[in-house]
Write a protein that binds this ligand. Structure first.
Ligand code: E4P
Length: 217
């Protein structure tokens, strides 16, 4: 499973990228709005930091307009992936992008049927939202299992991005379910590096070393 970072904050993206484990970035209009900066400017800065798929989302709800936005965003850099909401118009736009060789990430996927439709429309990626399903008492990780099973049944090439990740357990469960990618907030990425026994082990090593050297390095 690959890791994407789910943020539009360039400081977080730089910090995450420096860990050497990030293969791409996902943004959405809410994440961009949080930064209070020009959309295209943020996207350009992100592509200069991470050399991998960078998802940027369209705002229009009509297929023709979505395609127009998609073409504009795709012209910024070859790593740009167009995030398109999972609606009938979104499916049309996804197909149109596919025919023009523009990569897409169909977002706001909450059912396996939606994922299957997106794959058939030619989506490069689908993004099932695990955390938002859990929030309403549904089984977010169960959806990842279902989509992987269905895509495997029909050898569909569309990759599954486990999205709306809230904590490290979601990441672990996504990996077990066979998600191709998990897009994780920076906070969760850092939480994943932590274990109390690691910290305790380092303390013990340093204390023992200090006994040997009398505190000298
Ligand atoms: C996915 O690409 C979305 O940007 C994101 O994972 C949504 O997460 P949220 O439910 O925490 O907003």
């Amino acid at each position: 499973m690959l890791f994407f970072i789910d943020t539009a904050n360039v400081d977080e993206i730089r910090a995450a990228n420096s860990l050497g484990v990030i293969s791409g970035v996902t943004t959405n209009p809410s994440l961009i709005a949080k930064e209070g900066r020009d959309f295209a400017e943020v996207v350009r800065e992100i592509v200069s930091i991470v050399d991998g798929p960078i998802s940027a989302e369209v705002i229009s709800l009509e297929a023709g307009e979505m395609l127009r936005e998609a073409e504009e965003l795709a012209a910024i850099h070859s790593n740009i992936v167009i995030k398109i909401p999972m609606t009938p118009e979104g499916l049309k736009a996804t197909r149109a992008c596919y025919e023009k060789g523009i990569k897409t990430n169909v977002t706001l996927v909450f059912s396996a049927n939606q994922a299957l439709l997106a794959a058939r429309a030619g989506a490069t990626y689908v993004s099932p939202f695990v955390g938002r399903l859990d929030d309403i008492g549904h089984d977010g990780i169960g959806l990842i299992y279902d989509i992987i099973e269905i895509f495997d049944n029909y050898n569909l090439e569309t990759q599954v991005i486990s999205a709306s990740i809230r904590h490290p357990l979601h990441v672990l469960q996504s990996a077990k379910a066979g998600a191709h990618i998990a897009t994780v907030p920076y906070k969760v990425l850092l939480q994943m590096t932590k274990h109390p026994l690691t910290d305790k082990g380092i303390d013990a090593f340093l204390t023992d070393w200090a006994k040997l050297t009398g505190g000298k390095a």
